[in-house]
Design a protein around this ligand. Structure first.
Ligand code: NAG
Length: 358
């Protein structure tokens, strides 16, 4: 009865191994001086290097004793090549309209647009995903749509969810909402509000992705879950917009979120991380590193905590600061700005993001 544990995708801890790895791959181009602001794409915003360490460097034992560096490999399964990728959003609990708009603006910024969003853009970030292929040579789609939405305002499965009950939430939404059975292009994104406790949330994960079981939902489709950590653990899941207590004194302090919402701005990067992994490893048999398919290290995990050039070796990297002091590293639609972690590029064999300085 017990299903396999959902893949554990946004780990709260990053291993020392990865820490050192980033250090080595980034030292080569980390010479830019953090104290001299560099104009990037506008005259008013400046590059900053906030001297914040990546989110967590403790307890993961995953890479201990590993002798090879990153062995990201393709395991012959499908990736999301059908275009567009149709996202079906499930808002679980109470969400402010402004929060929904913010998240949807991010999701709708993933696709290329006309006219193009100023660089560095969210769609430039997603372009790295299209470098991943399946065994037929088909690339991951560059286009992502919000194809349907359902609001579960009454917490139909309570405010304490297990990993498995996320699938019950999806099942309820599928029965209640006019979601088509979208075998070819569909994926679910479940977003839980700040009052919802989810198994392993804060302690081990900020989000995860997996696929639905026919016995629970009626068919198999990839899904991702991300929670709003604002009340429960912003210092873990909305880092660096909130800092753990031990870092509060003396350092640079928490960074101001680009859209003034610590919890939701923090979710954006986790959503990006999960969608990147969901599209390249939707059935957990395509792109991942490590020998253990029940605990794969995926393309977001490899770059967790890294947001700009010179990141790693203890820092999140060079990002931008606007006139209001808010921190971001990419532009989206409607003039939005977001701070999103980098992802692994199979071409560069390194973490990549649109705000790279080289
Ligand atoms: C598809 O992926 C291959 C392999 O990474 C890459 O060389 C090619 O540019 C990609 N094509 C598109 C349209 O992104």
């Amino acid at each position: 009865m017990a299903p396999a544990p959902p893949t554990h995708v946004f780990f709260v801890s990053t291993s020392l191994f990865i820490f050192l790895f980033h250090y080595f791959i980034t030292t080569a181009h980390s010479a830019s001086s953090p104290s001299s602001p560099q104009a990037l794409n506008t005259n008013t915003d400046y590059m900053i290097n906030p001297k914040l360490p990546p989110r967590a460097l403790t307890s993961s034992k995953k890479f201990e004793g590993s002798s090879n560096l990153v062995n990201l490999r393709y395991h012959m399964g499908p990736v999301l090549t059908s275009s567009p990728i149709n996202l079906y959003l499930i808002w679980y609990g109470l969400w402010a309209p402004s929060q929904k708009l913010l998240i949807k603006d991010f999701l709708l910024s993933l696709s290329p647009s006309t006219p193009a969003t100023p660089s560095p853009s969210v769609s430039d970030w997603w372009r790295t995903l299209s470098l991943y292929t399946d065994q037929t040579g088909a690339n991951v789609s560059r286009t992502v749509l919000v194809a349907g939405e359902y609001s579960d305002l009454r917490h139909s499965h309570g405010t304490q969810l297990t990993r498995l009950s996320i699938q019950q939430v999806i099942s309820t939404a599928v029965k209640s909402a006019p979601f088509p059975v979208d075998h070819r292009n569909g994926a679910f994104l479940v977003l839980t509000s700040q009052d919802v406790v989810v198994q392993d949330f804060c302690r081990a994960v900020c989000g995860f992705h997996y696929f639905t079981f026919p016995s629970m939902v009626g068919y198999t489709l990839p899904y991702a879950w991300v929670g709003n950590s604002a009340k429960q653990c912003p210092e873990v899941c909305a880092y660096p917009f909130a800092l753990p207590a031990y870092m509060a004194g003396g350092g640079p302090g928490a960074l101001a979120p680009p859209n003034r919402d610590v919890g939701v701005d923090g979710m954006i990067s986790v959503i990006g991380h999960e969608l990147a992994e969901l599209s390249t490893n939707p059935l957990v048999n395509a792109w991942y590193a490590g020998e253990d398919p029940t605990a794969p290290t995926e393309i977001g995990d490899l770059c967790e905590g890294l947001y700009g050039t010179g990141g790693g070796g203890g820092y999140i990297g060079q990002v931008m600061r606007d006139q209001g002091g808010r921190t971001y590293n990419m532009n989206g639609r409607n003039g939005r700005r977001f701070l999103v972690q980098w992802i692994w590029s199979p071409v560069l064999q390194a973490c990549a993001g649109p705000n790279a300085l080289d």
